[in-house]
Write a protein that binds this ligand. Sequence first.
Ligand code: FAD
Length: 488
Amino acid sequence: MARRIGHPWVARIRQSALVSALPSADLVDGLVAALGGDASRVSAGDSDRDLHSEDMTFHHPVRPDVVVYPTATHEVSAVLALADRHRVPVTPFGAGSSLEGHVIPVAGGISIDLTRMDRIVAVEPENLLAVVQAGVTRNALNRAAGEHGLQFPVDPGADATLGGMAATNASGTTTVRYGKMRAQVLALEAVLPGGRVIRTGSHAPKTSAGYDLTSLLVGSEGTLAVITALTLRLHGIPEHVVAARISFPTLDAAVRCAVAAVSVGAGVTRIELVDTLNMTAINLYSGTSYPEVPCLLVEAAGTRASVDGDLELVLALAEAEGAVDVAHERAAEARSRLWSARHDAAYSWSQLWPGMRHCSTDTCVPVSQLAGAVALAQAELERLGLRGGILGHVGDGNFHVGVTLDPDDAEEVSRWHQLSDALVRDALARGGTCTGEHGIGLGKVGALALEHPDLLPLYRGVKGVFDPHGIMNPGKVVPGDADNPASG
Ligand SMILES: Cc1cc2nc3c(=O)[nH]c(=O)nc-3n(C[C@H](O)[C@H](O)[C@H](O)COP(=O)(O)OP(=O)(O)OC[C@H]3O[C@@H](n4cnc5c(N)ncnc54)[C@H](O)[C@@H]3O)c2cc1C
């Protein structure tokens, strides 16, 4: 396993009282019993532990002591009861595609892999909803919903699990039209530390009943409970969809066009910013030959007349910003190639810089501030001499600076931290947030403290109610005082 620059407080958490006192043989035996005696779904083997020790970023890997693969809610409940009784840390693991060190079990313990809870329990077209186990992926749900002319629109690029997407309150290219995960989750089944199973929400399209625990668990990053099942909204697949690739002379012109399109209320379903470096990487990786200049990738969906009207509006705005080229992708296959190329942008960097790690910032600002925020990001990238490019869900004021770096190069990692810090401070100064969609994980713990210093005690109070022994994904979001780097 590669040596990496560790987080300053990982060692401290490692030494904290949370690390289980239970001998590992007893832990494994207890977990086998919790999974109905099926030893094949409890692994303390090197390869399983390595696979659950890291994400695709530079964060220092830490192995769990053991990995479990439950298939049913009662098994998750038995695992959490055992873990809570013996104070063993538990880190939920979906597809492992999150980008802020979320799934790294910094205190060791149990990595609970939900991917075998992959049953689509029900698709109810008449109610526009589906009920799924937490390990179902968004593509699997879309295949099942598609048979009824329906779709689940949230698309964070990776084929993430719906439990993981809920846990990070994920969004993606279609959020400008459909909203984030929180807007899609009607009800949840979750297991609390100690093993109690709770059910929040209902199948009704809306509710005002009590505190909104569904929304609290969405975005809780595995620090409060393990989500075992979700009731999700489905949406009709639009009758007519057209995508357009619009090339601009400068990144600034592309951003201004996107902001104008959103401000005038153009009914787009996607409006994505891609800079020159990313277009080059995409062409190399996906075998496409798109113009290697700053682009907006725009999609409109609805009736033929509404789509034509929306695109016409965006194209008029693009022309006013000096757009140099426009290409329409009308065929489903060409659109699908375009969006999968866009989603592969992060992976495509491996062609340009093999062996390096990819990291991505994720700030979000009010759309009126977007041009200034992107300009600052470009200037900081240049000043810090990092290999990076800019992508953005710009209709939401959300953009990413992707950087490729050598995780063993402390100086380069330090420049990455400077970039991330500068962008966070700039976003906050503009009335924005330190993360639009990736979440806090390990990487943004300090940024959350900057954004909401006065809320931290309240956050810790909530954490304490759900997870009094602090076993759930320790070190993430709001580490306990002892673990908090800010506490000295
Ligand atoms: C190429 C690429 C592009 C991406 N683009 C986007 C994007 O556009 N928008 C976006 O939002 N994200 C994006 N991401 C990040 C990632 O895909 C999302 O964060 C996704 O929601 C993570 O889902 P997962 O199943 O991989 O969860 P994991 O990474 O496995 O887990 C994420 C967090 O949720 C917790 N968790 C997982 N499952 C459960 C559960 N059942 N119960 C409780 N907690 C759980 C974990 O402990 C962890 O804290 C991208 C990632 C990649 C690699």
